[in-house]
Design a protein around this ligand. Structure first.
Ligand SMILES: *Cc1c(COP(=O)(O)O)cnc(C)c1O
Length: 373
């Protein structure tokens, strides 16, 4: 069966070999699966050059579950979190911290701008009780790229711990944890790693996770206990999503074969440039300036002409085999198009043809409706 091309931030289009890798059973406590889990953890560390400093702690669930698990495990009730927010994923981190009853402060910036570094500096100078800072690498709400290296430099200079939500960038925008000090970075199986949904994980400093016993308010989502079980037996604490793990290992092998995150980032960048120039030719406007746009997902303003409604545009594209994503801006009607996944500019060019056909179709329908009236 022909599946649609997913131009979304994930789950996204996977390769046929990743999908095929799931087509068997595994015993979760069997040596074959233990080896698969080991390979997955090693490969995740290698992507970020973190084998000497960090440990990979996966957990079953979507990315937000891993965020909640790490915040609860690393921040003690006596700690205080500063959240740097310029979109809804920053807001989500704040909401999680509130629900976990951890003291939390939020610095909010404009959705179309990267994190303001002097505001980070000021917040840390003004409140010495802040122990942890949380930042979002690519804020998927808009696609804006936040300056994670510079944020890390400031947070470390002030002696605090940095937690990074790199959900929509990990695997495509290179991060080197040997040169950039980050206490914990969090991502999931189904975005730039091009696996299927079902596993979230953190690369967390080994000494930090070792010292985090008893801090999580959750029994299930205690990442310290999760880590301890991987170290002790190589096994998952609870039933693992075995097929998701198999798909992720296959996807990680394919990432290495492609040339690692920088090669993948280049492919996504070519997808993005093809997308932006094609959409611009058809009159669409982006929400972000080009220089702050990450090569992950683009936000377009909804056209104000009468032929356009998101629902009609979406279904015209869906009929032609492409699924796009609704907008999430607080201020303006918009929609989003992702350029990540197992696709190249060939698929983006076909998509642009589908957009052009959909527009002609919707305009013709509007014209004939007007004639009837
Ligand atoms: C996708 C995403 C998440 C997690 O979303 P889930 O739906 O829980 O997988 C978190 N942060 C960012 C920046 C994301 O793009």
């Amino acid at each position: 069966m022909q599946t649609s091309i997913l131009l979304t931030p994930g789950p996204l289009t996977t390769s046929p070999s990743v999908r095929r890798s799931m087509n068997r059973d595994w015993g979760s406590r069997d040596a074959d699966f233990i080896a698969l889990t080991h390979e997955m953890r090693e490969r995740l560390l290698k992507i970020a050059n973190a084998a000497a400093t960090h440990t990979a702690v996966p957990i079953a669930g979507s990315g937000s579950l891993a965020v909640e698990a790490i915040l609860g495990t690393l921040i003690p009730p006596s700690g205080k979190l500063l959240v740097l927010s310029n979109g809804s994923y920053g807001e989500r981190i704040y909401n999680i911290a509130v629900r976990l009853q951890r003291p939390v402060l939020i610095v909010r910036g404009a959705e179309h701008e990267p994190t303001n570094l002097s505001e980070v500096e000021t917040a840390l100078e003004n409140d010495l009780s802040i122990t942890h800072v949380a930042a979002v690498h690519c804020e998927t709400t808009t696609g804006v790229l936040n300056p994670i290296q510079k944020i890390a430099e400031i947070v470390n200079r002030h002696g605090r711990c940095l937690i990074v939500d790199a959900m929509s960038s990990f695997g495509a925008l290179p991060v080197d944890l040997t040169t950039t000090k980050i206490t914990a970075i969090i991502a999931s199986s189904n975005k730039c790693l091009e696996g299927v949904p079902g596993v979230g994980f953190s690369l967390v400093e080994a000494n930090t996770i070792a010292m985090s016993a008893g801090q999580s308010p959750s029994f299930y989502m205690d990442m310290h206990l999760q880590w301890r079980e991987f170290e002790r037996s190589g096994q998952w604490r609870f039933t693992p999503p075995v097929q998701v793990v198999a798909a992720l290992v296959q996807a990680l092998r394919e990432l290495e074969a492609e040339g690692g995150p920088s090669a993948r980032g280049s492919r996504y960048n070519e997808n993005m440039q093809t997308l932006l120039s094609g959409m611009k030719k058809m009159g669409f406007q982006t929400f972000l300036r080009g220089d702050v746009q990450a090569p992950i997902i683009a936000t377009f303003l909804e056209p104000t002409e009468r032929w356009f409604t998101f629902e009609k545009f979406y279904s015209g594209l869906a009929q032609r085999g492409f699924l796009i994503y609704p907008g999430k801006l607080a201020t303006k009607p918009s929609f989003r198009i992702g350029c990540i996944g197992s696709i190249t500019s060939v698929e983006i060019l076909s998509f642009l043809t589908a957009v052009s056909e959909t527009i002609s179709d919707l305009m013709a329908r509007l014209a004939s409706a007007n004639d009837v009236r």
